[in-house]
Design a protein. Structure first.
Length: 252
């Protein structure tokens, strides 16, 4: 092998190593209740934990987007302790004012911490159906509701909240940060090789159709963050769609 080829291989190895590092997240905060991962400039995943009867201790993801000292948080941790810790970290360490919290559906792993959010003067925004379902289930309900989509300025950029269709629940929405091409799918999106998980409030027959609509409406989305487990690229959308493609009434 001549020197030119050796040099070329060395450059390729360095480039690949650099790409790999960019795809990996960094844990920038960790406690017994909460972890925060940096996945892009100004974009973070917060991970807290829910104790369940069926699956034990489950990690629950949410998204933080920070721009020009303003922040929006998608989903609270399941409990008030971790939610207080999360808001304190965003405020004190990321030097950002939390201007909104966005629960992506009515389950505890999305809005279990809202009772400590509202006294801080932070508005919560959700699908109108999420507001209604939270109230019916005697949970703290989001303060503002929208029907199909809502755009929120964060500094000089924006985040989008959109209801595309039923899946994990009747009310589930996705969050999207256009400037970063990052989507928070919540429990509507599954991590790679995940099972169907909890489907007690699901529309199994529509789930795959909803994912296909998301794929069509957000072709530029590159980073997909599910409600539980590892994030990745558009392969998570493909996997979720295939997982529920053959769902039948018998599955319910």
């Amino acid at each position: 092998m001549n020197k030119r080829l050796i040099s070329l291989f060395a450059v390729l190895i360095l480039v690949c190593s650099s790409c790999s590092e960019k795809k990996e997240s960094a844990v920038i905060y960790s406690s017994d209740q909460l972890k925060i991962h940096s996945i892009d400039e100004g974009v973070y995943v917060h991970e807290a934990y829910l104790q369940t009867e069926s699956w034990g201790k489950v990690g629950c993801n949410g998204l933080i987007y920070v721009n020009q000292n303003e922040a929006v948080i998608f989903d609270t941790p399941p409990d008030t302790v971790a939610t207080k810790e999360l808001i304190a970290y965003v405020t004190d360490q990321l030097n950002a004012k939390v201007i909104a919290v966005v629960p992506t559906h009515f389950h505890d792993d999305c809005l279990g911490g809202l009772s400590v959010v509202h006294p801080l003067g932070i508005v919560s925004i959700a699908n109108q159906l999420t507001v209604e379902l939270a109230s019916e289930n005697e949970e703290t309900a989001p303060l503002m509701g929208f029907d199909t989509e809502f755009s929120l300025p964060v500094g000089d950029q924006e985040v989008l909240m959109k209801y595309v269709g039923e899946g994990h629940t009747r009310d589930n929405i996705i969050g999207y940060v256009p400037s970063k091409q990052v989507m928070f799918g919540g429990c509507l999106i599954k991590k790679m090789n995940a099972s169907k998980g909890y489907t007690g409030d699901a529309n199994l027959e529509e789930w795959s159709n909803t994912i296909e609509k998301i794929k069509s409406e957000f072709p530029e989305a590159k980073i997909i963050v599910p409600g539980h487990g590892s994030w990745g690229g558009r392969e998570l959308l493909d996997y979720t769609s295939e997982l529920f493609e053959k769902a039948t009434a018998a599955d319910q």
